[in-house]
Design a protein around this ligand. Structure first.
Ligand code: FES
Length: 581
């Protein structure tokens, strides 16, 4: 695709605030001068908002203040005027009930902040899981020129000679404790080894996946996703990003120019190749809704089917993001997709050029980290979208993280009505369950939890773990962490709390999973299902006290369309009424 830059020079929106001699202009400009800005900075040069998700309670983004200084340096160098703006930072590891409940709030706040303030272009300084999609969604709804730079992953964790992957090791070790294979003392010692440096989770979890999605969509400079948070090249990337956004503003290169259907298709295939998180499904569906791209669950299934997972990273594989960077990072993967005819080579990026030009010369420095297709981790690495009477609007499963022997299975359901019911009974040796059963968890979807928490990879019962079993089929309307693994059916839609068939499954019912056939079937007659649904009563909203939780519960849509708020879909543009001073 060729992009035709806008004419430059021209009057930018920031001049509505800062250009001229009216009382309002003096009010806006004069107050900003209290920070020591010379008058000539208000001469019509691009004002760049560095939207910073730094927070001491978002540890994955704890180094973004320093990185913002490098972005600023780049903006100054290119002749822009940088202003650092703190924005809502939805921390994955501190927000309750789940950071996902705040993704839409953060996106809404960022959108309004961009539009209501004198920002001509934005650098989205993000990292932790929800910070990346929330800021991209906000930017998409204003369509103000924007570019992503992520904080980069943590260095490898090491414990007693083994790699410790963020999250992935935590899930594994907590199962080992239950199975009696690890002591509590060792667990505490391993905790110290997990997070050795600034940065996001070092596995191909949701943060690394979303950084990769931003790059594959064309919204970040090439090579951004994998550079470790503490590597000097991360700071170089921040500075180059600052330089680049100034030209993007001059050219008026907007999110809607870049995030086309072709760009989303590139991102979906990339997700298959990297063994990316299932969370990317809800985030990309929501993001597409903001730019008006018609993206569906079917696109995920269709586009991912013939994409082999070639990136050998936890949770699907062996290595961590540091090694992915040393091997060449995402440009190598995109080049492979391009060579296989699985990349829209002419998709536009923030560079103003096409994606193929940026990746065609990438070199793979480690063929065990980024494997050839004939040595792929799995031949069909995309997200499998399952349908059937248990998931009429779809459910997802990540084949690269699942156990091949369980991909076709019929088993007896053991049902947990909600997460509290699960926690109360799972460790009870009297629970009637074995490894052939199918664990079913209800009321953990967007409305049910609320927020669609990452509890779908519920831990196995200790009595099964003690037999050496490490995986069972689990089905829920929840999400799972991008760092998690297992034969886990997620995002079942409609969710139980909204009256989906999941709500009426009972312990003892038989369930059939056939991933190859994309089938998820509850072995009951249509009449029986209809009769049970007739009897079903919706649960009380979990927190019905008003405020944002109430808004979230009432406005959130299903996982199958991205769990956005209906009223936030679409692009509302950058225009704002004049101020009233
Ligand atoms: Fe923040 Fe994983 S918890 S990136």
């Amino acid at each position: 695709m060729t992009f035709k830059p806008a004419q430059w020079p021209r009057k930018l929106r920031s001049q509505e605030w800062y250009g001229g001699t009216s009382r309002d202009n003096i009010y806006h400009r004069g107050w900003l001068k209290n920070q020591g800005y010379p008058h000539d900075l208000f001469d019509g040069r691009p004002v760049i908002g560095i939207l910073n998700t730094w927070s001491e309670l978002t540890p994955c983004n704890g180094h973004l203040r320093e990185l913002a200084e490098k972005v600023k340096a780049g903006v100054w160098e290119a002749g822009g005027f940088p202003v650092e703006v703190p924005v809502f930072s939805a921390s994955e590891n501190t927000f309750r009930p789940t950071a996902m409940m705040y993704r839409n709030l953060a996106a809404m706040a960022v959108e309004e902040q961009m539009r209501a303030q004198p920002i001509d272009g934005a650098v989205l300084l993000v990292g932790c899981d929800k910070t990346t999609p929330s800021l991209m969604m906000g930017a998409a709804s204003t369509d103000i020129p924007s570019i992503v730079v992520t904080g980069g992953p943590m260095l490898n964790g090491w414990f007693r000679g083994e790699r410790v992957g963020s999250g992935t090791a935590l899930w594994q070790m907590s199962e080992d404790i239950k199975a009696g294979k690890m002591s509590q003392e060792d667990f505490l010692e391993a905790e110290q080894a997990m997070s050795r440096s600034s940065g996001t989770c070092n596995t191909m979890g949701t943060a690394s996946t979303m950084a990769s999605m931003a790059e594959a969509l064309g919204m970040a400079l090439s090579g951004n996703a994998a550079i470790p948070g503490v590597d000097a090249r991360r700071r170089v990337m921040a500075q180059l990003t600052g330089r680049r956004i100034v030209q993007m503003v001059k050219d008026d290169l907007k999110p809607s120019d870049i995030m086309t259907k072709a760009a989303f298709e590139n991102a979906i295939r990339t997700n298959g190749a990297i063994g990316g998180s299932t969370n990317a499904v809800v985030h990309l569906l929501a993001l597409a809704g903001r730019v008006g791209v018609d993206l569906t669950l079917e696109d995920w299934d269709r586009l991912g089917r013939d994409v082999p997972t070639i990136v050998n990273l936890m949770p699907s594989g062996k290595y961590l993001m540091e090694e992915f960077f040393y091997a060449g990072g995402l440009p190598v993967v995109l080049k492979r997709l391009g060579e296989a005819g699985l990349l829209h080579r002419d998709a536009l990026t923030v560079s103003g050029g096409v994606i193929w030009d940026e990746v065609k010369d990438a070199v793979n420095w480690n063929e065990d980290v980024i494997r050839p297709a004939d040595k792929a981790l799995t031949a069909s690495g995309g997200i499998a979208v399952l349908r059937g009477n248990l998931a009429p609007q779809g459910a997802v499963l990540k084949p690269s993280a699942a156990t091949p022997a369980l991909m076709r299975h019929r088993g007896r359901a053991v049902v947990f009505e909600d997460i509290d019911d699960y926690k109360a009974r799972i460790n009870d040796d009297a629970l009637d369950i074995d490894e052939t059963c199918v664990m079913v968890l209800k009321n953990c979807g967007p409305k049910g939890y609320p927020g669609m928490s990452e509890v779908g990879n519920m831990g196995l019962p200790p009595k099964v773990l003690k037999k050496g079993i490490t995986d069972m089929i689990r089905i829920s309307d929840a999400r799972m962490s991008g760092t998690a693994y297992g034969t886990v059916v997620l995002h079942t839609a409609p969710e139980a709390a909204a009256g989906g068939p999941l709500a009426i499954v009972r312990t003892g019912d038989m369930i059939e999973l056939d991933v190859e056939a994309r089938r998820l079937h509850l072995d009951l007659s249509d009449e029986e299902i209809a009769a049970r649904l007739d009897e079903w009563q919706p649960p009380e909203p979990p927190v019905a006290t008003g405020g944002y939780t109430r808004l979230y519960h009432d406005a959130v849509e299903g996982a199958d369309t991205g769990a956005d708020f209906g009223f936030l879909k679409g692009c509302r543009g950058r225009e704002v009424p004049r101020d009233s001073h």
